[in-house]
Design a protein around this ligand. Structure first.
Ligand code: CP
Ligand code: NVA
Length: 310
């Protein structure tokens, strides 16, 4: 039995394989429960604060709706409207919010801000995306693959494109559950070395491999899932032109996915740019599970909330 009551989720590095599997299992349960119309008031009277310093559709709505479905409340807190936007410290903000609410989700730029919030607050902190990590996304990714394949261990997940926050978290998530992970990136856009090193240590214990290559065909070869994300992440808008050029050979298209297994899953965290990182033929094709994947954000985050707050 795992006990994660009061635990923060800053990155999946701090969560064990068993803890991650417990969240996934609960996510599947809560999804079924909702489909069957069962009422769940396990978080009655609890409030989750959602701090956003970047845009969001899925993260905001899935956390807000999810919290309501569990009988709790969610507060949308725009970073610009908070006193943080006028220079109040994370330290003081963490202390004050801990007096009012039961947990905080934050989406921001520097990962260190999330760590600071967790350090000085006395309530669990959930990372809703930083420049380095997107752990809630990776939980939904694992849940989707598990739903479709019935297992995670030994599968091959290919990621094509930018070695960014989404790639980092997916790599760690795969390592934890023993899925092989191959990532193809142009030179200069590889995942961060320290994160790769950490993920490799974890993967080794699960007999899984992490491969970093330049050739997308090599990464996709015989894979069970093909994943991509935008070439320009939030905060990198000024680099857009350079990035379009750098990633021009990294599009996920019909030609590339021929190298994956016939029943491969196409995954994307969304939002997507059709005909940039992925063609419409792939993202709107029969192998695409991107909307199920987006939907699973809510189920798996409800599971996370119930386990850390319930
Ligand atoms: N995938 C994801 O986190 O989407 P949003 O930016 O819309 O929250
Ligand atoms: N890598 C993207 C993910 C958005 C959900 C970004 O950081 O903008």
């Amino acid at each position: 039995e795992v006990n994660v009551k009061g635990k923060s989720l800053l990155t999946l590095l701090d969560w064990s394989k068993e803890e991650i599997e417990a969240v996934l299992q609960k996510g599947v349960e809560l999804k079924k429960e909702r489909k069957e119309g069962e009422l769940n008031t396990s978080l009655n009277g609890q409030t989750l604060g959602l701090i956003f310093e970047k845009s969001s559709t899925r993260t905001r709505v899935s956390f807000e709706a999810g919290m309501m479905q569990l009988g709790g409340n969610a507060l949308y807190l725009n970073g610009q409207d908070l006193q943080i936007g006028r220079g109040e410290s994370i330290h003081d903000t963490a202390k004050v919010l801990s007096e009012f609410i039961d947990a905080i989700m934050i989406r921001t730029f520097e990962h260190s801000k999330v760590e600071e919030l967790a350090k000085y607050g006395s309530i669990p902190v959930i990372n809703g995306l930083t420049d380095e990590f997107h752990p809630c996304q990776a939980l939904a990714d694992l849940m989707t693959i598990y739903e479709e394949k019935g297992t995670l261990k030994g599968l091959k997940v290919a990621y094509i494109g930018d070695g960014n926050n989404v790639a980092h978290s997916l790599m760690i998530a795969c390592a934890k559950v023993g899925a092989h992970f191959s990532i193809a990136c142009p030179k200069g856009y590889e995942p961060k070395e320290w994160i790769v090193n950490e993920a490799r240590k974890i993967a080794e214990q699960q007999d899984a491999n992490i491969n970093i290559v330049e050739n997308p065909v090599e990464a996709v070869q015989d894979s069970d899932a093909v994943y991509t994300d935008v070439w320009t992440s939030m905060g990198q808008e000024a680099e857009n032109d350079i990035r379009l050029k750098a990633f021009s050979n990294y599009q996920v298209n019909d030609e590339l996915v021929k190298h994956a297994k016939d029943d491969y899953l196409f995954l994307h965290c969304l939002p997507a740019h059709r005909e940039e990182e992925v063609t419409a033929s792939v993202i709107d094709g029969d192998n695409s599970y991107v909307f199920q994947q987006a939907g699973n954000r809510m189920h798996v985050q409800k599971a996370l909330l119930q386990l850390i707050l319930g």
